[in-house]
Design a protein around this ligand. Sequence first.
Ligand code: G4P
Length: 574
Amino acid sequence: MYVPAPTLQGSLVSASRHARFVLAPRLEPSVSSSFAAETRRRRTFAIISHPDAGKTTLTEKLLLFSGAIQIAGSVKARKASRHATSDWMEIEKQRGISVASSVMQMSYRGHVVNLLDTPGHKDFSEDTYRVLTAVDSALMVIDAANGVESQTRRLIEVCRQRDTPIITFVNKMDREVREPLDILDEVERELGMPCCPITWPVGQGKSFGGIINLRTQSMTVFEAGSERRPEEFETIPLTEKDRLRARFGQAFDDAVEGMELAQGASAAWDHEAFLAGKLTPVFFGSGVNNFGVMEVLDAVVDMSPPPGPRKSTLIVNRQPQEKTVQPEDPGFSGVVFKVQANMDANHRDRIAFVRIASGRYTPGMKLKVQRTAKELRPTSVVTFMSQRREAVDEAYAGDIVGFTTHGGVQLGDTITDGASLQFTGLPFFAPEMFMTVVLKNPLRTKQLQQGLMQLGEEGAIQVFKPEAGGNMLLGAVGQLQFEVVQHRLATEYDCEVRLEGCQYTGARWITADTPQELREFENAYPLRMARDAADTLAYLCTSPYDVRLAQERFPKIHFHPLREHAGLALQTAG
Ligand code: G4P
């Protein structure tokens, strides 16, 4: 809570406050090609926000000012062209939401910055969750008029579970918005962690004067317009207080007072606490006016962490053992956190997005999918420089590479150049909504099966095939997933389907200690057994009591509400 401290009317923030910001050392362009040096200059982060808070606008500005794109408007244009080129994005357009998520890489101040976009709509929270497993930090964009909104709240929960460091950007200060102290108070309550303001607004809306930067002890003066480059904004040192007062009047004094109140009540900057996901630095600005944007990009580079170690399971003498993979380990390893078909209507391909966890990727490398022990033979391997796909020369831990495949790769798959290990932590949640798929034209059965298999592998929806036969079942966590899948089946696989309600309300993935126990269970509930897209056995239920009863009857059977990954993780779970 922000408890008002004694008013320091008219005084300026003392320069000693500057000492609060002890940041990570700046890294200059690496001359060493060693893995460790390359890894240290990577920053991989996701932007999270409620729809309409300004995520797309900010993304575009970050790309523009890092030099990754030349012309403003291309991310927005991409949003628009996606609508034009890919029919299923029509749904996105109609509802003004971002369904798909994408990856963009840029260089900034000698660093390689990987930015992962996330879908804003709650019905795609599973996809977002998986994207968040692939990043080392998150940038949370908040609309200053609306504060922390429902979808942001969910995303925060996910970050909190993983202790992901969060940088907060309070956007749209050029509008009539809420008081900054009020916003900080809300962020603090919602995040359950202290805020540490790094910039502070002077006025808002029509009287928005600019931001005070507590790091540089200066004020950057706001001017509306989307043409200006960030370095062109006028900057006035806080020591010139008479000049600032004369120019901004009461708004300046109020800002200083508010800032001091916030500082008095909030925690001092603590880099370790930020890295542990226990404190968030807060920035104010206006994305559409290019204002306060560079401060955020600098914070991503200076504050947020490089790739860290990742937990995995290693198979030694056929026995699973826990292993922590370090980013600078020489062996290549990575995990598929997203699979997307038909990203570009001109390509009609499927891309497996792999977050590199260790080692270096170079073209021509022999790689194996650990789940199947099969060699990965991609038709192309790309990075996502400025939203274009470009062939990869080399990539290191923290980078995202896209393997174009014709199948054989699933969400959660681990890919290595040899080591038999499996990364853990990429979750699938038991669906809470089910629909039966009824094909309108029975001659399209094969296409339907292929479509459902691919969409299931992509994680767009969960597909269950009842063991006893009959229509396929779709399981989702959000209603919109059904609509997207129905639309995609029609446009991408030429399968018109009808979706009908069914009695199921949940599913649990099933494991047992012995095959005998599993058989007995299957025999007891033949009509309730189904297999998902990863061929994992599941028990379909009609109420929570259902599971409880089955559990009482079969105490040795394990019912999993969450599946980590096909194969390894489940085999060992029992
Ligand atoms: P999203 O990706 O989070 O959904 O948000 P997006 O960037 O698309 O922004 C949502 C709307 O908010 C857009 O207006 C955008 O121009 C506006 N916006 C973003 N940042 C600011 C800001 O700092 N100040 C103000 N005043 N508005 C901002 P739109 O009318 O929906 O689209 P457009 O026609 O402007 O592109």
